[in-house]
Design a binder for this molecule. Structure first.
Ligand SMILES: NC(=O)c1ccc[n+]([C@@H]2O[C@H](COP(=O)([O-])OP(=O)(O)OC[C@H]3O[C@@H](n4cnc5c(N)ncnc54)[C@H](O)[C@@H]3O)[C@@H](O)[C@H]2O)c1
Length: 442
């Protein structure tokens, strides 16, 4: 996959692009050249986007909680208000959408927005099933010459991501053989919460449930602080995919950025017993990826909830790194967390004479602010680091791993068709079932 090669496109003046040809004369950064943004989900994680968009036109605010709409209007007083994102997307002057809703509606909002020609920034995880990942990616690829997309894995802006990629590509650990990423967050939930009271009158709970199976209201689903409330609902299968979609999106990104992988050939997983209501705490997932033009076939793994890869050296305690990645090659290992890395040459021949550090001019340039990269891309060359092809492939792999976990067997996967080719019963778990009236690709 050559995600760093921008698909050259001059067709930025499509239906989804604000920039009228005359405005482009004044350049993408001209003050008059503003996006018309719909912010869907306006509180919690959305607060982290306020600064990035304060100089754009925020024309629509949508939240199932009317109280949050009231609070957000203090910052964006000109925006129209909605409680149903489907109605919001009918507003004609929108050309860019930021989605900060609960995980189980991300792929819906992203698809509907892209189908209307809008640029999309979608919080992670991009999808909650293999099918959702595939539909989002397909809609992006169909529209990539006129829209910019970004999945909200904002740690990607850390320059360490570039350094790790360069070191691996330049052979600091020899030939790459295996990559593991892990996360230690452990949220144990017994099962869906019991019914408790009625939702407040200004909270549209049925719209919050949206496409998922109905579960009775319980205020505990909404008792977390701003930007942390996702931890109150993301362990339940109908609302999220636990740490696989949550920190998995961020942490696998350290690995994904460096390995130029597409879809895996196989998936295999093991963990605590399958629970039909909540996602597992302890889990490991393994994927075989084919060779590409610079490396041999590799295994990619994800570990969570206290299950860890073996350390490359007894004196390196990987447990000290809450969220990290381990690259193993023929001449050593590289351990990385989000912001820093450690190189461990090992074995005979690991004298590092084979490795030539890059000249400063050859370093991958810093991407700058992650949200601004998307805003600039919407107004200009449409190029982003975590577009829905890159992030779509990554989350499809992770969701496939959850299917392997569910059936308890190693799966062979045909990424071209999106089908499991040997354990056929696994195919029914590639997609979620939606409530009547909700369309994934509307
Ligand atoms: N990138 C990051 O570092 C990061 C950090 C925290 C959360 N997140 C992601 O952001 C998302 C939101 O997380 P949160 O903790 O803010 O959750 P939250 O439960 O606080 O929801 C955020 C806001 O979205 C609204 N909302 C939920 N569903 C909606 C819908 N269908 N339509 C309109 N509004 C809706 C809520 O009422 C709330 O105001 C999650 O998907 C989470 O994974 C990302």
């Amino acid at each position: 996959m050559k995600r760093r090669q921008f698909l050259a496109s001059s067709a930025v003046a499509g239906a989804g692009c604000l920039i009228a040809p005359s405005l482009r004369l004044f350049g993408a950064d001209a003050p008059s050249n503003k996006l018309n943004i719909a912010l869907i989900g306006v509180w919690g994680r959305a607060l982290a986007h306020y600064k990035a968009i304060e100089n754009e036109n925020v024309v629509a605010l949508c939240d199932v909680n009317e109280r949050r709409l009231g609070e957000a209007s203090a910052k964006f007083p000109k925006a129209k208000h909605y409680v149903d994102w489907r109605k919001c997307l009918e507003q004609k002057d929108i050309n860019a959408v930021i989605c900060c809703t609960a995980d189980h509606t991300h792929a819906f909002v992203a698809n509907w927005a892209m189908n209307r020609g809008h640029h999309v920034y979608c919080e992670k995880p991009l999808a909650n099933s293999v099918e959702e990942a595939r539909v989002v990616r397909a809609n992006f690829l169909k529209n990539r010459n006129k829209i910019a997309t970004q999945c909200g894995t904002q740690r990607h802006e850390y320059e360490n991501f570039n350094r790790v990629r360069e070191l691996i590509r330049d052979g600091v650990i020899g030939e790459l053989q295996q990559v593991s990423a892990w996360g230690n967050r452990q949220l144990r939930r017994p099962g869906y919460l019991p019914a408790s009271g009625a939702p407040p009158s200004d909270f549209h709970y049925d719209l919050w449930i949206g496409p998922s199976a109905f579960h009775p209201y319980n205020p505990d689903y909404f008792s977390g602080g701003a930007g942390m409330n996702c931890l109150q609902w993301n362990m339940y299968w109908d609302f999220g995919t636990g740490q696989v979609g949550d920190m998995g999106s961020h942490t696998m990104d350290i690995a994904w950025n460096a390995i130029d992988a597409g879809l895996p050939l196989t998936a295999q997983a093991a963990g605590e017993p399958w629970n039909p209501e909540v996602s597992p705490v302890a889990l490991e997932m393994h994927f075989e990826h084919p060779a590409n033009d610079w490396r041999p076939p590799i295994q990619v793994s994800w570990y969570q909830g206290g299950v860890m890869p073996a350390s490359p050296a007894p004196w390196v305690d990987l447990n000290k790194i809450g969220h990290g990645a381990l690259f193993e090659g023929s001449k050593g290992a590289l351990v990385s967390e989000f912001n820093a890395r450690l190189i461990i040459p090992s074995g005979n021949g690991a004298d590092m004479t084979y490795y030539k550090p890059r000249a400063k001019e050859a370093l991958i340039p810093p991407m700058g602010n992650f949200q601004q990269e998307w805003i600039k891309a919407c107004k200009g060359n449409l190029k982003t680091s975590c577009d829905f092809e890159y992030s779509g492939n990554m989350i499809e792999q992770m969701m496939l791993g959850l299917v392997a976990y569910r059936v308890g067997k190693k799966l062979s996967y045909d990424g071209a068709t999106g089908r499991v080719t040997d354990v056929l019963e696994a195919n029914e778990f590639l997609k979620r079932t939606y409530r009547p009236g909700w369309t994934l690709d509307g």
